[in-house]
Write a protein that binds this ligand. Structure first.
Ligand SMILES: *[C@@H]1O[C@H](CO)[C@@H](O)[C@H](O)[C@H]1NC(C)=O
Ligand SMILES: *[C@@H]1O[C@H](CO)[C@@H](O)[C@H](O)[C@H]1NC(C)=O
Ligand SMILES: *[C@@H]1O[C@H](CO)[C@@H](O)[C@H](O)[C@H]1NC(C)=O
Ligand SMILES: *[C@@H]1O[C@H](CO)[C@@H](O)[C@H](O)[C@H]1NC(C)=O
Ligand SMILES: *[C@@H]1O[C@H](CO)[C@@H](O)[C@H](O)[C@H]1NC(C)=O
Ligand SMILES: *[C@@H]1O[C@H](CO)[C@@H](O)[C@H](O)[C@H]1NC(C)=O
Length: 366
């Protein structure tokens, strides 16, 4: 499935950062989010509940339902910062496409999440053969996409098929088959370019429905998360010994490769979309998270010393039933960059929301 749509020759010449230079906020009146647990508030829990989120599903906020960061996911802070109404279709555990990284079964960005948007906003007039049209102003709708963590992660491209046919977690379907096997002559094996094409392809589908504004958040420096740090110890998301040093190196490469390819493809898409009256921007989440990591004293404000290597949430002996034993206190939690081994903390989410609002104002350096 390796794609040829991207010109690799263009790569070396265009790796300089893409920055928003113009104010954008005034043109946008409505935002929709697509993504994974970094963005999801309550959809994955609704699916776990058996109450599959349908046409009228309302996001459920804490205290009734905490997100994967232990509390409020960043879209709500984005809404408060910008005053924009928004909908959140992100689902914890999601990838861009099940065809590329099929181990994960929750609605993918290119699949079920797009389908929700269509269900909500696209009026089809099949009987009269009219083209589908939006019930909101596409020219003022901003789609925000942040995906890649699970696609690149353990259980997927990094380390597929951890335990063939069985799951780490009770009551969860087996994480198998994972990605198509790498074998001579097998063009189905998933590459970074496939992930890029999937993200861009999903945006072009939204374009076809009339959406004209897009913001793509890059993958974070995944090698800085506790999960992909240099440790061989079992963790809650991979409760078995593993070669931590090798994972750490590989994650550095994977996150950077995907991001650089995204940056170049978005530059191409920028030209095409702006010619046709649309807009797409790249947000360098990688660089932004690196800044939080390097200068945490400027950003984290709980009562504990700032902490970018550990995490508030504790699951002793990598056992789910023990999660919560030894957590940081409520007052300490805003000192942490990470909530658990993989998820950014709520304070990191607040900071991200603020920076994305700046991006819309044309004043972010990321
Ligand atoms: C899960 O189901 C319970 C009971 O029906 C309901 O109160 C709760 O809001 C649901 N949670 C989500 C996230 O849908
Ligand atoms: C479908 O199109 C026809 C003809 O243009 C129109 O009369 C009808 O109201 C449309 N129905 C919907 C649901 O938009
Ligand atoms: C790979 O794709 C071919 C079609 O191009 C298909 O026949 C084959 O079953 C696929 N193999 C795997 C392992 O998905
Ligand atoms: C930390 O700062 C955020 C604003 O960035 C604020 O909402 C939060 O309440 C602060 N946390 C603490 C513990 O003071
Ligand atoms: C950071 O938090 C972890 C808990 O995950 C703790 O073990 C560690 O000592 C903390 N580091 C600092 C510098 O406070
Ligand atoms: C974790 O495992 C160790 C060794 O088996 C044990 O001594 C310890 O009590 C366990 N911790 C908890 C919180 O159960």
């Amino acid at each position: 499935m390796r794609s040829l749509s991207l010109s690799l020759l263009a790569l070396a010449a265009t790796l300089s950062p893409v920055h928003a230079t113009r104010r954008w906020r005034d043109k946008v009146s409505h935002a929709v989010f697509f993504g994974d647990s970094f963005t999801d508030q309550s959809r994955s829990h609704s699916i776990d509940n058996g109450t599959y989120p349908g046409r009228y599903y309302e996001t459920i906020y804490p205290p009734d339902d905490p997100a994967a960061n232990g509390r409020v996911a960043w879209p709500r802070y984005f809404g408060l910062q910008t005053g924009l109404p928004y909908e959140n279709y992100a689902v914890g555990g999601a990838v861009c496409s099940h065809e590329l990284t099929p181990g994960f079964t929750v609605p993918a960005v290119s699949g079920g999440q797009l389908a929700w948007f269509v269900q909500y906003h696209v009026l089809a007039n099949a009987t009269h053969n009219q083209p589908p049209k939006l019930d909101i102003r596409g020219s003022e709708t901003l789609a925000i996409v942040w995906i890649g963590t699970n696609d690149l992660g353990a259980h997927s491209l990094l380390a597929p098929n951890p335990r063939e046919g069985s799951s780490f977690w009770p009551n969860a379907p087996p994480l198998s088959p994972a990605v198509p096997p790498i074998a001579p002559g097998n063009d189905n094996a998933t590459t970074m370019l496939d992930l890029v094409d999937c993200q861009l392809g999903s945006l072009w589908k939204l374009w076809d429905y009339g959406v004209r504004n897009f913001l793509v958040l890059s993958t974070i420096p995944l090698h800085l998360t506790p999960l992909y740090s240099i440790t061989d110890e079992p963790t809650i998301y991979w409760p078995e010994p593993h070669d931590g040093a090798s994972w750490h190196r590989q994650m550095f490469q994977n996150a950077n490769s995907l991001n650089d390819l995204m940056r170049v493809s978005i530059r191409d898409a920028q030209k095409e979309m702006s010619r046709k009256g649309g807009r797409i921007e790249f947000f360098d989440t990688y660089k932004f998270f690196q800044e939080l990591y390097i200068s945490p004293q400027n950003y984290f404000n709980g009562t504990a010393p700032v902490n970018v290597t550990g995490h508030c949430r504790q699951c002793p002996n990598a056992t789910w039933t023990m999660c919560g034993i030894g957590d940081c206190t409520w007052e300490e939690r805003d000192s942490f960059m990470w909530w658990d081994e993989l998820h950014p903390s709520e304070q990191t989410g607040r900071l991200l929301a603020k920076e994305i609002a700046k991006k819309l104002d044309g004043t972010s350096v990321y």
